[in-house]
Write a protein that binds this ligand. Sequence first.
Ligand SMILES: Nc1ncnc2c1ncn2[C@@H]1O[C@H](COP(=O)(O)OP(=O)(O)OP(=O)(O)O)[C@@H](O)[C@H]1O
Ligand SMILES: [Mg+2]
Length: 489
Amino acid sequence: MIRPFLQVVQLYKKFGDITALNNVSLAIYPGEILVILGENGSGKSTLAKILYGLYFPDKGYIKINGTPVIFSSPAEAKSKGIFLVSQRPQLIDDMSILENIALFLSTSPSRGLRKKLSEILNYLGMAIDVDKSVHALSYTEKQLVDLVKVLLAQPKLLIVDEAVTYLPRELKHKFLNIVKGFATRGGSVMYITHKVVEAAEIGDRFAVLRRGSVVGVFEKGVDVSTLRQAMFGSEEYLTAITKSPVQRPLHKTPALSVENLVVFDEYGKPAVNDVSLSVRLGDVVAILGIAGNGQKELGEAIVGLRKVAKGKVLLNGDEITHMPASERVRRGLIYVPEDPFREGVAIGLTVAENMKLFSQSRVSKEILETAIRKLEVSPSNPLISVAKLSGGNIQKVSLSRLLLNTPRVVIAYSPTRMLDEKSRVLILRTLQKLAESGSAVLLLSEDIEEAVYISTRIGVIVNGKIVKFFEGPELESYREDIEKVMVHA
Ligand SMILES: Nc1ncnc2c1ncn2[C@@H]1O[C@H](COP(=O)(O)OP(=O)(O)OP(=O)(O)O)[C@@H](O)[C@H]1O
Ligand SMILES: [Mg+2]
């Protein structure tokens, strides 16, 4: 019989009153992909962090090839071949891609490494310059670089925590192929994801965590409905949203318009190249694009975090192209940034302090509690530091700015990236409701599915240009066309 590469034996981990892991026992075999599923806050990242030596369990232990081990640092985990690609990319912003990888591998940024790295990025179809500073990359690009970095370290157990969420099918396919190839050659993979359908495609076995306990282990071939039932107790949440609703724009004049916008990246190259679009009150317009094609720069230019080189941005008919970001916020523009950890929240502050920071007016206890309840932030204690929340719950705190003010225009960038299916529906429904009650919503995303769910119009951005708009009540039926334009144009 094959011996597991790694076993976790009766792990317990508490944080104050919260039991993050409750008597978790699992085995991971060589050559298999074990998927870990569970709703936001169910203990997935805590498990990953214990295996990687970042957290110490309260009780229980780990066995590697049958031998009990206790890790007190990632260095020890790495020395046993255990590597983690975390939910939050672990890269040094001020260094280039190549320098980051060299540092991680404790080697020099040699020509050999440069070649290897370029090859793997080329295979993935990512034309990123390896000398580019990490600072200039989008969240998804950072995740990819992080994954490549860890693969180059030749792990025995690769733990992927929510790191490949929103790649377009083709790129994701290639990526998953790399991961599968790694498993075929005898490597073990622990693949943490919220995407039940994707999980079912890639996994050899499935362990479902619920409130820190393993509530089921399933074999390949299990249907997604069973997995959803185990994760959430029911599948009812799926019906909470109507797909592609026909929404009548309420006003003729756009609330937000962008005219012939040109925005440069850090290197002086046009990242946004002659983009025009408009969003009316009541509209949800999505701009879809693969990471690195300009939607990051477009969003930042609209909200005033990046300089506009040419063209105009208008809010409610007034030109705001060169206005300070704070003035745009005062005029009713609300921005939900892409990276909740770095830009979305002040990680050292409490949930309540963050919400007060986001709000334009005084936040009463009632408003605060209502936002927490509506977004189902867990734990629901407003006095807890945001650093103590799970990834998905941190994103929810970042999203709470949608409910604290009455936004005229919302710019939301990948607002559901870290959310489980149920919370994702909740947020998409929230954006839909905002539009229904008269806000204009611009969704910047890499996720076709969420765009076709709630948008009235979808533009696809490639190399800084919007190459095509899709419109109409049946956007769902354009899914494949949209993907083709995103990938091939
Ligand atoms: N450092 C910490 N201090 C206090 N509580 C923590 C800490 N890390 C995690 N927790 C709590 O432990 C529970 C499990 O969190 P964990 O991050 O493991 O969830 P998760 O399943 O990865 O969720 P998500 O899908 O949102 O990433 C949560 O209630 C979280 O608030
Ligand atoms: Mg997590």
